[in-house]
Design a protein around this ligand. Structure first.
Ligand code: ADP
Length: 353
């Protein structure tokens, strides 16, 4: 199964831009995550793929066939939403077989598929219950079951877990991933939750204002963000971004932060934005850049420190030990973990090794 979107644009009748300039593809067996802030066009893109919306421009292909004008039913795509919309008057079994029935699949085959899905999802003993007699997690499982019984070519998940509490979310996240692998499905998963994206995705596509900004494997995007938006968006606490210049093998900020860097061939006094993650600095007594702790937040296993460097830069640092407000510290930057961006193009500048 191969999905391809070519130069897709969706303008809504009221003039709102849903998405534009979308060239996007997913390959067989992959979990692809669309990640971006609310209103960036994730659901629009998913609805275009499912056929619930038609694009204003551009074409959509499945396995090389142009399906742009196909009805949702013909596309062999299953969608799982956050409000799982089970039929309340039907039992779990009836909910599971509903889609198969409406496709006129014969009864023995229907039961085979329903039992297969119920076994995969641990729903066997609940087949006779109505949705109101189930927990939130069990209901979400029935919704997943309704998608998988049809053994579709493609699964589309539209923030399926956002109504659940955090513990259940984490559990269902694991279940979705294991289900995706066991049914060997090809899936596209929409979320604004970066933790969900990082833990589920083979490939993440980051969206902003209707466009795809960047894409890559989660670790690749996290460690080596290709652009400033990705750098600032992915990761909590967010990456520190500091404006400055490269001068003779050093990064020097406007406020006087001054650290040695290797592999930056930028011309003298070329402006850059330096990015460093809060976990990529260590705190000691001396030998680094002096700073004062302004405030702190307990993150559970670690502490988030808000520090002011002597020059005046404000940075976030994740630390293990306990500190107190007002304490003077010395901050070492893990030089090899710094990333640099061109403030004009907003793209990452490659460092030479
Ligand atoms: P996301 O899923 O990332 O939150 P959406 O795809 O829902 O974003 O929305 C993208 C943009 O399109 C937003 O500006 C939104 O207001 C607009 N939009 C979405 N659906 C409609 C609609 N049915 N009619 C008009 N504008 C819409």
């Amino acid at each position: 199964m191969k999905l391809q979107l070519a130069d897709i644009r969706k303008i809504y009748p009221n003039g709102a831009v849903g998405v534009e300039n979308i060239d996007f593809g997913v390959s067989d067996g992959q979990m692809t995550v669309l990640l971006g802030p609310s209103g960036c066009g994730k659901s629009t893109l998913l609805r275009l793929i499912s056929g619930l919306e038609t694009p204003t421009d551009g074409r959509i292909f499945i396995d090389g066939r142009d399906i742009t004008s196909w009805e949702p039913k013909r596309r062999d795509v299953a969608m799982v939403f956050q409000n799982y919309a089970l039929y309340p008057h039907m039992t779990v079994l009836q909910n599971l077989e509903f889609g198969l029935k409406s496709r006129k699949i014969p009864q023995p085959e229907r039961m085979e598929s329903v039992n297969w899905a119920a076994d995969l999802l641990g729903l066997r003993e609940y087949l006779g219950r109505k949705p109101r007699e189930l927990s939130g997690g069990q209901r979400q499982r029935v919704a997943l079951g309704r998608a998988i019984v049809r053994k579709p070519k493609l699964y589309l998940f539209d923030e399926p877990l956002s109504n659940l509490d955090s513990e259940l979310r984490m559990k269902m996240r694991g279940e979705i991933l294991s289900l995706h692998r066991r049914v060997n499905g090809t899936s596209i998963y929409v979320t604004h939750d970066q933790v969900e994206a990082m833990s589920l995705a083979d490939t993440i596509f980051i969206m902003k204002s209707g466009k795809i900004i960047s894409s890559g494997a989660p670790n690749e995007l996290y460690n080596n963000p290709p652009d400033l938006f990705t750098a600032g968006f992915l990761g909590f606490p967010a990456m520190n971004l500091i404006e400055g210049q490269i001068e003779e093998g050093r990064f020097v900020s406007g406020l006087g932060l001054d650290v040695a860097v290797r592999g930056m061939t930028a011309d003298d006094s070329k402006s850059v934005v330096m990015g460093i993650r809060p976990e990529d600095m260590t705190i000691g007594d001396s030998g680094g850049v002096s700073a004062e702790i302004k405030s702190l937040e307990n993150l559970g296993r670690s502490i988030l420190l808000y520090v002011r460097m002597t020059g005046g830069e404000n940075l976030k640092i994740v630390a293990k030990n306990s500190y107190h407000i007002g304490e003077l510290i010395s901050v070492r930057f893990h030089e090899e973990r710094m990333v640099f961006f061109d403030p004009g193009s907003k793209k990452r500048i490659e460092r030479v090794s």
